[in-house]
Ligand binder design. Structure first.
Ligand SMILES: NC(=O)C1=CN([C@@H]2O[C@H](COP(=O)(O)OP(=O)(O)OC[C@H]3O[C@@H](n4cnc5c(N)ncnc54)[C@H](OP(=O)(O)O)[C@@H]3O)[C@@H](O)[C@H]2O)C=CC1
Ligand SMILES: O=C(CO)[C@H](O)[C@H](O)COP(=O)(O)O
Length: 490
């Protein structure tokens, strides 16, 4: 490994260092090297470092390091370090090891899926030492890390200035050539936006899977045919990475049994936690992210094997699949339901980012987030360019449904959306994502909500008070007495 002598005042020759060389770190290091940067590479277990240099050393300039000391010494100053290890305690362990070796002005990036609250804590700690800590969301999986991920860095403007040339080099490029990275905001803003990205990812995957279920059990289509339907949808307004990979998965036959691959995969969806974090955080912020919540709950329900087995015989409708011409019409309704539900679910994610930005003073620009998500990430989708344009035209837009174009599309889709959900209910096919999105749409457009009765109930049993529609002030009715009303506040 490296034995290059270092001048401590100048540092080493590597422009950037990557520590943590599993799937993501290894491929990001290669991406950086392929773009002409000299990359110091390090991993707790040295075998990964050796494998990277032996396997891909020809792709660019790597400086392998055995220890954290050797790694830090290999970097030119001010140093730029990318930490790409498992989130949680491992990240703290790596930062604890690096911190004493770093100097004022150095920049450390955590590219893992950290919780934004951890990022805020780590940023504060390293700032005390004069080190810039950047919590950067990275999305795109293995392929994205190598060929261009979407990168969402949060940190100081100085850190962004130091990282910008590197990140813009390695990030995916949108159709207009813009790099899919931008300064999201200070401290935890980048990891917050990545968390919401993953929450939306859960919602989108759930909606697509519900659409598949309806095409299968109500339209009566086989997976190969559904693959064709998805392929067609992928050429229109639903054009997205997740739709494309779904079409590929559905067209795939299991090499062992010859059956459709989707039919041999156990139907228990796992989760590492970012979707759950999104919902927990949304609850704390008081933002209704029903699409993401239903997706998290659907994964959870799918894993409750004993509960499902105990409930499997419960009665439900037994309807035959639709006739061929009705099925084709129904497939079109599903496309409309999927598009409208997707829009509502993404919109809920933006609502959450707006609330957090206000809470933490992050100044997140909603159009910038849409721009960064146009390429490289798992939820990349053609319609995000229109989301970017809508927010560019009005950064204070309270909901995408207030944008004339999106409102028109959802308005046109809503009769089909209702029919698709109603048909699902008639056939006993669960569509928590599609129906939650429709309920959210209906609640938002309703002039008056049943919340009035809830407030009255709260006042009845707990004297929790209520406001009136016809005059200012806070009131309580003496439910246990003569039912007269008293003013309880202003
Ligand atoms: N995989 C993916 O598609 C994506 C992953 N991410 C995030 O990127 C990060 C890296 O992901 P991935 O590449 O999949 O790797 P993993 O999450 O599987 O983490 C493995 C890496 O963490 C290191 N590590 C674990 N514990 C420690 C420790 N205590 N001290 C030092 N190093 C430790 C491992 O070192 P060793 O080899 O010695 O065990 C290895 O380099 C994670 O935070 C993940 O959530 C983000 C986007 C997509
Ligand atoms: O970060 C990612 C993509 O952007 C990961 O793919 C994501 O963490 C997967 O999450 P889960 O395992 O919970 O489905």
């Amino acid at each position: 490994m490296s034995d290059t002598a270092k001048d401590p005042a100048v540092g080493g020759t590597a422009q950037v260092g990557v520590t943590g060389l599993a799937v993501m770190g290894r491929n990001l290091a290669r991406n950086l090297a392929r773009h002409g940067h000299t990359v110091a590479v390090h991993n707790r277990t040295a075998a990964r470092t050796r494998a990277l240099v032996e396997g891909f050393g020809h792709e660019g300039a790597f400086v392998p390091a055995r220890t954290a000391e050797e790694f830090v010494a290999a970097l030119e100053r001010p140093r730029r370090v990318l930490v790409m290890v498992r989130a949680g305690a491992p990240t703290d362990a790596v930062l604890d090891g690096l911190a004493p070796l770093l100097d004022e002005g150095d920049v450390v990036v955590d590219g893992g899926n950290a919780h934004f609250a951890d990022t805020r804590r780590r940023e504060r700690r390293l700032r005390e030492r004069g080190v810039h800590f950047v919590g950067a969301g990275v999305s795109g999986g293995e392929e994205g890390a190598l060929n261009g991920p979407s990168i969402m860095p949060g940190g100081s403007p100085e850190a962004w200035a130091a990282l910008r040339p590197l990140l813009e080099d390695i990030a995916a490029k949108a159709a207009d050539g813009a790099p899919c990275t931008a300064h999201i905001g200070p401290d935890g803003a980048g990891h917050f936006v990545k968390m919401v990205h993953n929450g939306i990812e859960y919602a989108d995957m759930q909606l697509i899977s519900e659409a598949h279920d309806l095409l299968r059990h109500v339209a009566g289509y086989e997976p190969a045919r559904i693959a064709e339907v998805f392929r067609t949808w992928g050429t229109g307004r639903l054009d997205s990475y997740l739709i494309r990979i779904t079409a590929e998965i559905l067209a795939h036959a299991d090499p062992v049994t010859g059956r459709p691959f989707v039919d041999v995969v156990a139907d228990a969806a796992e989760q590492k936690g970012t979707g759950r974090w999104t919902v927990q955080t949304a609850l704390d912020l008081g933002v209704p992210v029903s699409g993401i919540a239903e997706a998290v709950l659907a994964r959870s329900l799918s894993g409750h094997t004993r509960l499902r087995e105990a409930s499997a015989g419960l009665p439900g409708p037994h309807r035959p699949p639709l006739a061929e011409e009705d099925a084709a019409y129904f497939a079109d309704q599903i496309e409309q339901a999927l598009y409208a539900s997707k829009l509502v679910s993404y919109d809920q994610g933006w609502h959450m980012m707006r609330a957090a930005s206000e809470e933490y003073g992050w100044g997140i620009d909603p159009g910038t987030v849409a721009a960064v998500w146009r390429g490289g990430c798992i939820i990349r989708a053609a319609f995000l360019d229109r989301v970017r344009a809508a927010f560019a035209a009005d950064p204070a837009l309270p909901t995408l449904l207030a944008d004339e174009g999106f409102a028109g599309e959802v308005g046109e889709a809503q009769p089909a959306w209702r029919s698709a959900v109603a048909e699902a209910v008639r056939h006993g096919v669960p569509v928590p994502g599609l129906s939650a999105a429709l309920a959210s749409y209906d609640a938002l457009r309703a002039g008056r909500l049943p919340a009035a009765l809830v407030q009255a109930q709260r006042d009845y049993f707990g004297a929790h008070t209520y406001r009136r529609t016809d005059r200012a002030g806070v009131y309580h009715t003496l439910w246990g007495g003569d039912r007269s009303e008293v003013r309880a506040g202003s």
